[in-house]
Design a binder for this molecule. Structure first.
Ligand code: SF4
Ligand code: SF4
Length: 193
């Protein structure tokens, strides 16, 4: 009688973590492991780009459905938000001021000439975690955390960086280590009591 091969068992996914402070700590201690995972994605993952992007999208949808961005708002509290002329036009119109006034009141120019919103937390972040200019928020806010865009592997260094800020990125990244067959997967950090 031929031997029946048992199907390979997929390792369990790591538990979802939402607390920003915990994520920051785990991301710091996981950093070397995260870099190794990135290297694995770029050099050893034998998978068509489209398939990887699809797995990333499905994982993102699954994780995002369990995380409340209004309750988190960490990107709005901590990141410098880049704005371009289109963003400034929309926001100035919304506030009924000129573009020049908007730039003076709300923007700063970085040494590399990038224009960003000048306050952190963002001046448009309301106390309840909602965005006061949501419909007219900058493109960078709409696109963040950039998980849905194609060529995930090529952009994966920014994911290593974003793990510390964004609970969605952090959890997607940890789950991908399992789903994409990376060895030595789960972060070394464990919860400190
Ligand atoms: S995108 Fe990420 S950092 Fe921003 S609010 Fe949502 S979970 Fe938090
Ligand atoms: S404009 Fe809105 S979405 Fe963008 S950082 Fe500010 S509060 Fe957050």
């Amino acid at each position: 009688m031929p031997q029946v091969q048992k199907p390979k068992q997929t390792p369990p996914l790591p538990p979802l973590i939402r607390e920003v402070k915990l994520i920051d700590r785990y991301s710091r201690s996981n950093f070397p492991d995260d870099l190794r995972f990135r290297e694995y994605l770029k050099t050893r993952l034998n998978m068509p780009r489209e398939q990887t992007d699809l797995i990333v999208k499905e994982t993102t949808d699954e994780v995002w459905s369990q995380i409340d961005c209004v309750a988190c708002a960490n990107c709005c509290k901590t990141l410098s938000i880049e704005v371009d002329a289109k963003d400034i036009t929309k926001l100035a119109a919304r506030l009924h001021i000129s573009m020049a006034q908007f730039k003076t009141n709300y923007c700063e120019v970085l040494p590399d000439k990038t224009v960003v919103l000048k306050s952190r937390p963002c001046v448009f972040l309301a106390d309840d975690g909602k965005c006061k200019v949501y419909e007219d928020r900058p493109r960078a806010c709409m696109d963040y955390p950039y998980l849905a865009e194609p060529h995930f592997v090529a952009r994966s260094i920014s994911m290593v960086e974003n793990c510390r800020c964004c609970p969605i990125v952090f959890n997607v990244w940890q789950q991908l280590k399992v789903k994409l067959g990376f060895r030595g997967v789960v972060g070394k950090a464990g919860p400190k009591k």
